[in-house]
Each structure stands twice: as C-alpha cells, then as structure tokens.
Design a protein around this ligand. Structure first.
Ligand code: FAD
Ligand code: ZN
Length: 469
C-alpha cells in the first residue's frame, strides 16, 4: 500500500484530526533525554481499543511497523520512532478514561493512556492507595509503566508495576483484542500472558487497558533523613528499619555525598537539613494508626541506630511540607546532574548485601582507569537498585568524555556486576540503548526463548522492531 493510501485508511479509522504527518512532531519524535530524535511516517492517536486494533490491522496489512508511546518519559530510547520516516507512532494519550474503581475488590481499571498521577489521585479520592510512585508520575502513563515494568520508590514494600497488575487488555500484532482484564488474585489457567506482556516494551502487543491492585490509604506517612559514614552502615540501617517497622517501611533511598553536593550547587534554595555526610538515607514509613505513633516509631528507631553508631545524625520531618522537602532533595538529583553536564547513566541492581563491596571495588576500578572521575551514586537501596552514574572529571568536556569512554565505562561496570549476579538494567528496560548488551549478556538459551516468543506473537516483526531484541 502506498504511504498516501495508508494515511487515508488510518484517517478513516481514527479521524483525520488524529493522524498527524506534518508540522512539528518533536513532542512524539524526540525522547525525554533528548538523545534520540526519530521521524515518524505519521503520529496516530486512537481514542478507543477498537481504533487501536484497526490501526494495527491496517499497518500489518501494509507491513508498516508500529511504535507505541505513552508519556514519552522512557529513558532507553524505546518509545520514539527510528529515523527512517517509515514507522507509525501510535500514541495512547487519548485513551485516558478510568473505567472502574472497585473498593471491595480493591482494584482500579483504566485505559493505557491515563497519567499515573491522575490514577493515584482518583484512588486517593476513594480513600485508597495505588502504590506505584516515580518521579515521572506527572507525565508517564499506566500503559508505559506496565510496558516497562516500572519500579520507583515503593518497590521494597509493594513490588514493581508487574506485582500491582491483575489484568490487561491488549491489541495483538494481528490487530485482535485480547480481553484479559481480570480482577482476580488467583487464576491459574494456563500460560501467564499478562506477565509476558508486562515489561515487553511494546514488542509483543499494545496494552490498551489494565486492572491494578489498590490498598487502603495509610492514616499517615512520615519521612526521615539519616547520615551514614559508609554503605555498610546504610545496609545495617535497612536491616534495623525492616525489623522494627515491618511492612510499615515503604521507602529507603540512598544518596551519595557528591549527588547531594550537585543538588546544593544547582538548587541552592532546597534546604539540606543534615551536615554533609558520605551517605544520606531517606526513609519513608506508612502507618495505619496515625501521625503520632508513626513519628514515635521513627524516633525510637533512629535513637537506637544513633546509639549503636550505625547512624551519625538524623532528622524526622515534622510536617507534610518538611516531608515533601526531603523527597525534593532526592528527586532533584537527576536534574542537578543534567545541569552539571552529560554523564554515563547506569540503572543496576544487586543483592542488597553485595552493594557495599561492589561500590567500593567499582569506584576504585573507575578511578584507576579515569583519574578524577566523579560518581553520582543514588537510588533505591531498599530494593537493591542503584543509579550508579559516572560524570567526567571537573573541567572535562562531557560530550567528548562520553564519546571516548562511554563504552569502556559500561563494560567495566557491567562486568563488575557479574560475580554478584547483578543486573545491568534494573527498572528502565532495554529499549534501543541496551539492546546490544542484552544480546551480549543474556544466556543463549534465554535469548533463544525470547526470540521464539517474539516470532510466535509478532511473526511479521511490526511491533517496535529493533527494540529489546
Ligand atoms: P513511554 O516512554 O511512552 O514508553 C516506554 C516504552 O513502553 C516504549 O518502549 C514504548 O514503546 C512502550 N509503551 C508505552 N506505552 C505502551 C503501551 N500502551 N503498550 C505497549 N507498549 C507501550 N522508571 C522507573 O522504573 N523507575 C523510576 O523511578 C523512574 N523515574 C523516572 C524519573 C524521571 C524524571 C523520568 C523522566 C523517567 C523515570 N523513569 C523511571 C522512566 C519512565 O518514567 C518509566 O519507564 C515509565 O514507566 C514510562 O512510561 P511512559 O508512559 O512515559 O512510556
Ligand atoms: Zn529509579
């Protein structure tokens, strides 16, 4: 089918206003990190599952590939078209209706293009919690969260997006609709298609709706900051916090000294309530009993850790505003880092117990190879996920440093993970950025099974080609 015929058929399927092929399309063609700029044959914006199915059927018949996109906040170049000008960018943004909230079954069913924060707010308005939380929540969509199996800051208590999902509605590569929107917590009826789709980054099917688990809203959430001399102390603090707070511990984020120095330099208005320390931990606790017992529990925990010498200094937020300010410190790190210049980003995970040894050894390794290199190390220590980013030495040209050394740095860091059984992609996925690493680092057996699944579900290879595999 000629391109003009294809566009005509797509206009017939979703309405002319929802097929964009001219003008500035950079909102869809340029990724959040501004690292990938593609060119789409057209941006197509269906408004219903039936329309998504019609678009995929049309593209399959014309052998035109389809790149699904939600909020375009992905960090691995998976959601923007390539530069060929031959791919259809399928935006789910217009599919933004909440279909149901069931407060007895504790579930929420919503279309894929709903922004995560909108869903959190809708749940909260019903006295319920959707416990998925990440810094991009004001823009990312639930479809994108599931397609990437997003993690975020509450994984130690609630798991990743996968652990919160009960059912999916998916448009297949043939343009059929699979209605798997179950709200069941027990359903052992054959292969788990839902979990196959989750984390498949748009390469196996297009998620059009999802049923997510909810929880009762906690009566209070409190936040504290603690300073530690080394990462072993942070891990000791985590163990103590787990045993004292149990399921009440909902956040445990670590921030290295240099990461907070960058925040101080680029966001001087953000207060840093503790004196600079090698490591600062942000703890969050959710409580069903209310504010006062929550704060008391925190104070008793931190008192005990101060006494045991695990923590050098600590502060508990006394108001919601103070709590917000502590989280802002953590959330400002990626922004402060981009203000400082380009850097080599890593999203790695390890068993928590191995993290102190890994970081000491890998810091030393990088310092030997690249004298003066600076490590912006922060992340979700409670679930073993570090954003272990490498910044050029002071005064060096960031772009040149990346051009010359990014590949070597990746190899050093990823090789160093292997003895600990760590992962080179903890929560951001593979996309285009890490496709070659996947081919290099997964076992031949795992790759063979992945390729077999892809070939079975998408034999024409039209769904997000060149991503993941
Ligand atoms: P997009 O960027 O639009 O797409 C991401 C991938 O999913 C692409 O491969 C795309 O093709 C595919 N896709 C999107 N929608 C669908 C669909 N409906 N069906 C099938 N495939 C689809 N991630 C974390 O895990 N944890 C974090 O803490 C975190 N923090 C972040 C902080 C910031 C400031 C930013 C910018 C990003 C962060 N991310 C984080 C990464 C990103 O936000 C997540 O990957 C998010 O889940 C992507 O959602 P999205 O709707 O923006 O997806
Ligand atoms: Zn993260």
């Amino acid at each position: 089918m000629a391109a003009s015929n294809l566009l005509e058929t797509l206009r017939g399927a979703v309405g002319a206003a929802n097929v964009l092929s001219e003008g500035d399309l950079s909102a869809w063609e340029l990724d959040w990190r501004r690292r990938w700029r593609g060119r789409a044959l057209a941006v197509v914006r269906p408004g219903s599952t039936a329309e998504v199915a019609a678009v995929v059927r049309t593209c399959a018949a014309a052998r035109v590939s389809v790149v699904p996109q939600g909020g375009n906040t992905g960090l691995v170049g998976g959601g923007v078209p390539d530069a060929s000008g031959t791919q259809v960018l399928l935006s789910l943004q217009r599919m933004n209706h909440i279909r149901a909230i069931d407060d007895a079954n504790l579930t929420l069913t919503a279309e894929a293009g709903c922004v995560l924060q909108t869903l959190q707010e809708a749940a909260r308005a019903r006295g319920l919690l959707l416990p998925l939380s990440l810094a991009a929540e004001g823009s990312c969509t639930i479809g994108g969260n599931l397609a990437t199996n997003a993690g975020g800051t509450q994984v130690l208590r609630w798991g990743n997006a996968r652990d919160l999902c009960l059912g999916l509605e998916v448009v297949t590569a043939q343009g059929d609709i699979w209605d798997g929107l179950s709200g069941l917590r027990k359903d052992n009826t054959g292969y788990d298609l839902r979990n196959l789709m989750i984390g498949s980054e748009g390469t196996l099917g297009i998620i059009t709706a999802a049923t997510m688990k909810l929880a009762p809203l906690p009566a209070a959430t409190s936040t504290a900051l603690a300073a530690c001399d080394d990462l072993s102390q942070c891990v000791a603090l985590l163990k103590l916090a787990r045993s004292r707070l149990g399921a009440g511990l909902t956040g445990f984020e670590v921030m290295g000294r240099f990461a907070l120095d960058l925040v101080a330099r680029h966001f001087p208005a953000l207060p840093q309530p503790l004196p600079a320390a090698p490591w600062t931990v942000l703890l969050e606790q959710s409580d069903t009993e209310g504010e006062v017992p929550a704060c008391a529990r925190f104070e008793s925990l931190l008192g005990a850790t101060l006494e045991a010498g695990v923590v050098g200094d600590a502060v508990v937020a006394e108001s919601l505003a103070q709590s917000r300010a502590l989280w802002q410190l953590r959330e400002a790190i990626p922004l402060a880092q981009s203000e400082e210049g380009l850097n080599v980003k890593h999203d790695i995970s390890l068993p928590v117990s191995a993290i102190p040894e890994f970081v000491a050894a890998t810091d030393a390794l990088l310092a030997r190879h690249f004298p003066g290199v600076r490590l912006v190390n922060f992340g979700h220590l409670g679930d073993g996920n570090l954003h272990y980013n490498v910044q050029a030495p002071p005064g060096a040209d960031g772009q040149r440093f990346l051009d010359e050394h990014e590949h070597t740095i990746n190899t050093l860091v990823f090789d160093a993970l292997a003895p600990y059984g760590g992962s080179f992609s903890a929560e951001h996925g593979i996309g285009a950025l890490k496709r070659d690493e996947l081919a290099l680092r997964k076992s031949p057996v795992a790759l063979q099974m992945m390729r077999a699944v892809k070939a079975a579900l998408d034999p024409l290879g039209i769904l997000n080609p060149g991503r993941v595999l």
